[in-house]
Design a protein around this ligand. Structure first.
Ligand SMILES: Nc1nc2c(ncn2[C@@H]2O[C@H](COP(=O)(O)OP(=O)(O)OP(=O)(O)O)[C@@H](O)[C@H]2O)c(=O)[nH]1
Ligand SMILES: [Mg+2]
Length: 233
């Protein structure tokens, strides 16, 4: 990693949140399970929230294609951004392509969306979203990356609003100790939450879906925006 990014400095001011969907960034290293988590959240929340997704891939639209193939949401709720070489840049430094995608989704759905998930392309341990793009962010690690990753810290591990340690089903196979990971994560995260998930064993990611409901101030099973509007008229 060259020294050309100032990871501690966010070049963008936070966008005003009032009256629009919550923007949730999902970042983390390559292959940790970001798309699998995005799919899980869509399945868990789509009946109670108005949802849309933006994916980021370097050269392809593979993540969006996967979500469409799995039919986790209607096609017009999934947008792919192609970032080119450096995934980090598109969520941190030049967020314009992602902001355009988010705003286009909001317009297309007439301001009815509750939640827009933005999945970053896989990047390194310092890949944080700009507050100008994401109101909240989840950083996804997996146990196969090594149980010393939380100890090493890095901005994603330390500062994300929720740290997800995924693929716990693989822990015995790769010799990763979950208690060590939990202890080390707690040490660098200053009380911010950590969720251990296995999207293989618990495909609905109930721990993470529950956290998202909490951020949105929703009780489980509360009606989506469109239903609320219908109920009020
Ligand atoms: N065993 C196991 N495999 C998982 C789990 N979650 C995801 N995977 C698998 O891990 C691989 C990578 O998952 P993705 O969701 O594509 O990972 P990603 O972080 O989106 O990857 P990039 O976008 O390429 O950075 C896929 O083959 C998933 O099926 C899990 O909990 N357990
Ligand atoms: Mg992905």
């Amino acid at each position: 990693m060259g020294g050309d990014h100032d990871h501690a400095h966010d070049p963008h001011a936070a966008a005003p949140v009032h009256g629009r969907a919550l923007r949730l960034g999902i970042g983390g290293p390559v292959g940790s399970g970001k798309t699998a988590l995005t799919a899980a959240l869509c399945r868990a929340l789509r009946d109670e929230l108005e949802l849309a997704v933006v994916t980021n891939d370097i050269y392809t639209t593979e993540d969006a294609d996967f979500l469409r193939r799995e039919a986790v949401l209607a096609d017009d709720r999934i947008t792919a951004v192609r970032t080119g070489a450096c995934p980090h840049t598109a969520i941190r430094d030049d967020i314009s392509a992602n902001l355009d995608a988010v705003e286009e989704l909001e317009e297309r759905h007439g301001g009815a969306l509750d939640l827009i998930i933005v999945e970053s392309g896989g990047d390194n341990l310092t890949a944080l979203f700009s507050r100008g793009l994401a109101d909240r962010q989840i950083f996804v690690l997996d146990v196969a990356g090594g149980d010393d990753v939380p100890r090493k810290g890095g901005l994603g591990v330390a500062a994300a609003d929720l740290l997800v340690v995924n693929k716990t089903d693989l822990a015995p196979l790769v010799g990763s100790d979950l208690e060590t990971m939990a202890r080390d994560a707690a040490r660098v995260r200053d009380g911010r939450p950590v969720a251990f998930t296995s999207l293989r064993e618990r495909p609905g990611a109930p721990e993470v879906a529950g956290w998202v409901r909490g951020v949105l101030g929703r009780a489980p099973g509360a009606p989506a925006a469109a239903d609320r509007t219908a109920a009020a008229s």
